[in-house]
Design a protein around this ligand. Structure first.
Ligand SMILES: Nc1ncnc2c1ncn2[C@@H]1O[C@H](COP(=O)(O)OP(=O)(O)OP(=O)(O)O)[C@@H](O)[C@H]1O
Ligand SMILES: Cc1ncsc1CCO
Ligand SMILES: [Mg+2]
Length: 260
C-alpha cells in the first residue's frame, strides 16, 4: 500500500491505538495522532493493559520515563499484543544511558516488536555498536546506523526505522529512505515519540513496512510544510499539527521515498 493509500485507510478507519509513552510525550503524541486521523488512548496501569491491548488496532511502547510499575505493565501489554496478534511498536528511548533502561529494552525486544523505531544512536547501541547518543538526543548520523538496523531487523524479525534528516527503514530485505521534514523537528521534544505512536496507527491499517514508510512520509510532508511558515519551535509545533491534519490522501509526495 502506498503512503497515500495508507493515509486514506487511516482516515477511513481511525484506528484505536494503545499508547504507552512517557510523561513528556503524552500530550503531543495524542494530539499528533488525532490530527493525523487516529484515535489514541494512553493506558498504563498494570491491572488493565492486558485487557485493553486486544481491543486496539495496535500497541506502542516508549520507555522514555520508565519506572518499575510501567515496565511491568509494558511487558504485560507486549505479551497480550502477541497473543491477540496486535502489531506493536517499540521506541527504546536512551536505552544505552543506564543498565536499568538497557535491560528493560532487551526484555521488551524479547517480546518481538513488529516495528522498532529510534534515532541513529539508539539503533546503533541496540545492535551493540558504540554510539554518541546524549540521553534522548541522537549524536550519530543515520548513515552510520544502517548496518545496525539491517542486523536488528534480521535478528528480531521486525521492521526497523532510523529517523533523522533522511529516515531509513528496513525489514532486513527491503530498504527505503524518506527525505523531507525540517531541521526544527529535533528541537521539539518528543516529536520522535509522537512519530512512534503514529507508526502504530498506520500499522493498524497496513502491513508493517508500508506502515512505517507511510508514517514517516506523513511526518516529512507536514514537517516540510510547517517549516515554510514557522518562526521557531513554538510556532513550528502549531503549524506541524495543522499540516498533519490538513494533508489529504493524494497530498503526500511519494517522490520522497526511495526503495532499494
Ligand atoms: N534534521 C532534520 N531534518 C528533517 N527532519 C528531521 C531532522 N531531524 C529529525 N527529523 C525528523 O523528526 C522526526 C523525529 O525524529 P528524531 O530522530 O528527532 O526522533 P527522536 O530523537 O527519537 O526524538 P524524541 O526522542 O525527542 O522524541 C522524524 O520524522 C525525523 O524524520
Ligand atoms: C526529554 C525526554 N526525557 C525522557 S523522554 C523525553 C522525550 C524525548 O524522548
Ligand atoms: Mg526518541
Amino acid at each position: 500500500m502506498t503512503p497515500n493509500a495508507a493515509l486514506d485507510a487511516l482516515r477511513t478507519q481511525a484506528p484505536l491505538v494503545h499508547c504507552m509513552t512517557n510523561y513528556v510525550a503524552m500530550n503531543i503524541a495524542a494530539n499528533v495522532m488525532l490530527a493525523a486521523g487516529a484515535s489514541p488512548a494512553m493506558i498504563h496501569a498494570e491491572e488493565e493493559v492486558a485487557d485493553f491491548t486486544p481491543i486496539c488496532g495496535a500497541l506502542t511502547i516508549n520507555i522514555g520515563t520508565l519506572s518499575p510499575p510501567w515496565l511491568t505493565a509494558m511487558l504485560k501489554a507486549a505479551g497480550s499484543a502477541n497473543t491477540a496478534s496486535v502489531p506493536w511498536v517499540l521506541d527504546p528511548v536512551a536505552h544505552f544511558a543506564t543498565p536499568y533502561r538497557g535491560d528493560a529494552a532487551r526484555q521488551l525486544l524479547g517480546f518481538k516488536p513488529t516495528i522498532l523505531r529510534g534515532n541513529a544512536s539508539e539503533i546503533m547501541a541496540l545492535s551493540g555498536a558504540g554510539g554518541a547518543g546524549k540521553g534522548a538526543d541522537s549524536g550519530d548520523e543515520v548513515a552510520a546506523a544502517k548496518d545496525s538496523a539491517i542486523t536488528l531487523a534480521t535478528t528480531h524479525g521486525c521492521v526497523v526505522a532510523i529517523t533523522g534528516p533522511v529516515d531509513f527503514v528496513t525489514d532486513g530485505t527491503r530498504q527505503a529512505e524518506i527525505t523531507g521534514g525540517d531541521a526544527m523537528m529535533p528541537k521539539i521534544t518528543a516529536l520522535g515519540c509522537a512519530l512512534t505512536a503514529l507508526t502504530g496507527a498506520y500499522a493498524a491499517v497496513t502491513p508493517p513496512l508500508e506502515a512505517t514508510v507511510a508514517a514517516l512520509t506523513h511526518f516529512a510532508e507536514a514537517g516540510e510544510q510547517a517549516g515554510k511558515v514557522a518562526s521557531g519551535p513554538g510556532s513550528f509545533s502549531l503549524h506541524f499539527l495543522d499540516h498533519l491534519h490538513l494533508i489529504q490522501p493524494g497530498d503526500l509526495d511519494e517522490g520522497r521515498v526511495t526503495w532499494s
